[in-house]
Design a protein around this ligand. Structure first.
Ligand code: GYE
Length: 425
């Protein structure tokens, strides 16, 4: 422990230099302590140890200078956020739309090689990028129209583009990755200014995103994330924290059934391989892990569709499960389909079988009012204003955060009538 201080790190390591084993690498949680470690090793004649720090500040003996001098092997910038805080404060005061709830700024790795390549080690905003004398042209590739959420998301994107004066080329992927890849290639051919898309699944995008980057067209991820090796292939992600949505669903269920000796849960997963399905499951399991009486006894994908939620639930109920105490559905549409299957099987959704789902779409509120669904965790589809503001900011020369998270709530049957007033979806 060195309390972020260079001298404390140097003193600690000097005091222990006789008892330290062979060391190849030291990771310090800031550059100052990494530098203190270097001074201690130099004094003890211990060379060849690689030192890695964090902060990457400019200026003499800042992390970047320490890398340039060969003292650190690498550092990672930790943007201070000051510039962004002031900019968003001004936006709030001027009542701008599309201001995210939480942002994560992009760290950059600084090494001797990256300094030679001229990789910008700080996030100084480049000059304005806006096309001269014509509207910005945005190519948007949508997943499809599988759910209430998706329909609301598409409407939000189209309305916000029109309001912002951004020319929108909109392609519906009809749930197939190959359609989305073809759409992105068509946007590249048409030389759009920027591409945004909601990837139907996380993997398989490296090649087409490399083509967009090589064409000099930035890509924003809307709603869902991608799993690519090189995270410079995309500019920014905006959407929800799916891990937290899964945790919130589990926390509600644990609270609702904490007195039970054992709780058998059926899980209806979203599209296999999609970011929301992967992360919602992880988040849900992270919470129930601490409550061994809560067990997922059956789990299958309904692909976010209502009719598949019905079919899968019907099949699970016919599979001879001893009983079902709860349903966790990755979206409201599948929950609503499952409600019909539960009723056809003579069960009482909302009472005998507690149901928690995700999205907080209109259908979920109607099911809660009917006493057939107990809780829905909000996943905000109204990303249009946020996306268009991010595009306009980027075109004006602003560096975008690496992640922009929307604000969301949790809604229960008890307050459904009050909470549904004024909702847009
Ligand atoms: O939960 C579901 C939609 O990607 C967050 O996709 C979105 C999910 C949403 O089909 O209803």
């Amino acid at each position: 422990m060195a309390d972020w201080l260079r001298d404390r790190a140097e003193d600690e390591l000097t005091a222990r230099s006789g008892s330290l084993p062979g060391i190849d690498v030291v990771f310090a949680q800031n550059d100052a302590m990494a530098y203190g470690a270097w001074r201690a090793f130099q004094a003890a004649g211990r060379t060849g140890i690689k030192l890695i720090g964090i902060d990457g500040l400019p200026g003499p003996m800042g992390g970047i200078d320490l890398v340039r001098k060969g003292i650190l092997a690498a550092t990672f910038t930790c943007p201070t956020g000051g510039k962004e805080a002031v900019a968003y404060a001004v936006d709030l005061l001027s009542k701008k739309e599309g201001i995210p709830k939480k942002i994560y700024l992009r760290p950059r790795m600084v090494t001797a090689e990256s300094l030679k390549e001229g990789t910008p080690a700080s996030t100084t905003a480049p000059a304005a990028r806006a096309p001269l004398g014509r509207p910005i042209v945005l190519g948007f590739s949508q997943v499809g129209s599988e759910s209430e959420w998706r329909v609301a998301n598409t409407k939000s994107i189209k309305n916000a583009a029109a309001k912002a004066g951004i020319q929108l080329l909109f392609e519906d992927g009809r749930q197939r990755q190959e359609n989305q890849i073809a759409a992105i290639r068509s946007f590249i051919e048409r030389k759009v200014d920027i591409i945004a898309f909601s990837p139907v699944v996380e993997s398989g995008w490296d090649e087409v995103l490399r083509e967009a980057k090589d064409a000099g067209i930035p890509v924003i991820l809307s709603d869902r994330a991608v799993d690519v090796k090189d995270d410079t292939l995309w500019l920014s992600f905006m959407g929800s924290d799916f891990l937290e949505e899964g945790r919130r669903a589990a926390r509600w269920l644990v609270e609702a059934l904490k007195g039970e000796v054992s709780v058998h849960i059926v899980e209806l997963q979203g599209t296999i391989g999609s970011a929301p399905a992967i992360d919602r499951r992880i988040g849900f399991e992270e919470v129930i892990r601490d409550y061994p009486q809560f067990k997922i006894v059956a789990s299958e994908s309904g692909d976010f569709f209502k009719d598949q939620g019905y079919e899968v639930m019907k099949r699970i109920l016919a599979s001879g499960l001893p009983r079902v105490d709860a349903l966790f559905a990755h979206n409201d549409d599948m929950a609503i389909g499952a409600i019909q299957a539960l009723e056809e099987a003579g069960l009482k959704p909302g009472t005998e079988v507690k149901i928690v789902s995700i999205d907080a779409a209109h259908g979920a509120f109607m099911a809660m009012l009917a006493g057939k669904l107990n809780c829905t965790v909000e996943c905000n589809p109204l990303l249009g204003p946020q996306l268009m503001k991010a595009i306009q900011d980027y075109m004006a020369g602003t560096d975008l955060p690496i992640r922009m998270i929307t604000s969301e709530g949790v809604y229960t049957a008890e307050n459904a009538r009050r909470d549904m007033k004024g909702r847009e979806y």
